[in-house]
Every structure is written in C-alpha cells, then in structure tokens.
Design a protein around this ligand. Sequence first.
Ligand code: S3P
Length: 171
Amino acid sequence: MTNVNKKPNLVLIGMPGSGKSSFGRALAKELGRPFLDADDVLEEREGTTIADLFRNGEDAFREAETRTSRFLSERRGQIIACGGGVVERMENIEAYKRSGVVIFIDRSPEAIMGDVETEGRPLLKSGRERVIELYSRRIGKYCAADFIVENDGTEWQVLERLLRLIEEEEL
Ligand code: S3P
C-alpha cells in the first residue's frame, strides 16, 4: 500500500473562483488523499475569521496566511487549496514548493465573474474591473507554479486533466 505521507503535497493556487476548492475536494476523493482548505486551516489555527483579519488591514491577513503556508508545508501527501492571494508573498509559494508541487488552475476573469458567488469574497465583491485588475497583476506570480492547468472546459474535463497530470508526473 502507498504511504501518502511520503507523497508530495499537491498545492492548488489560482484566482478566487478558479475552482481550487472544488477540484481539490474532487482530487482528494479520487486519489484517497486528505484535503485541506488553507483558509479554513488559517481560521482554525488563528482562532479568528478572514473577514476579521481584513478589518485590521490586509497585512494582518497576509501575515496569518504566511504562518499557515509554513505550517502546511511541514506536511506531506495532502491536497491543499490555497487562498487566491497566496502569491502576494512569494515566500509562501517557495515553502509550498519545498513540500510538493504547486499547480495553477487558470480560469479567465470572464468565466470567474460568470458563475461565481461573489458575496462573502471581499476581493471579488467589488466587481468585474477589480477581478480583471487582480488577474493581470497576479498572473505572472501564478505562473511561478510547477504546472498550469486551464480551467476552460467542463468540470469533468478539468478534473481529468488534473488526474492525467498527476499520473504522468507520478505525483
Ligand atoms: C483572497 C482570496 C480568498 C481569501 C482571502 C483573500 C485573495 O480565498 O484567502 O479573502 O487575496 O485573493 P479564495 O481564493 O478561496 O476566495
């Protein structure tokens, strides 16, 4: 039997609404590996909510996000969905890369705005222009990932792409 704790972490990054959590959960189910949502882990460990951290300024949230990235990078064999802004501090990505592979789920701002619930997502709430601005500003940083998977098909097609990548690269 394979010991998942010896496997690399599979770390999903991408814009809010790109599908990190949905695909992370689906992959976990398919592969029989544990799934962790980095924002949930952050809230649990910090004993507060993301909204509250943001009320103290974005920096307060980013500090907590870096602590969480370091914590999660100590683990192995996990499927981790990161918050969309994890690339705002590249040390987070460097830590995650030391623990496994980082996969960028690339979804266009148009598609994101098309079907994502923006309520409760502070960075998407402010609308289309903001999403385009955020995407343009972050795209270069997202591309620091080890692999890029386009989210431009049906859910099943994208999941298949991810599974094929994992199989081919023996991740
Ligand atoms: C953020 C994305 C959010 C959350 C926080 C900041 C960002 O996560 O971490 O509100 O800066 O893009 P999701 O990508 O899961 O929405």
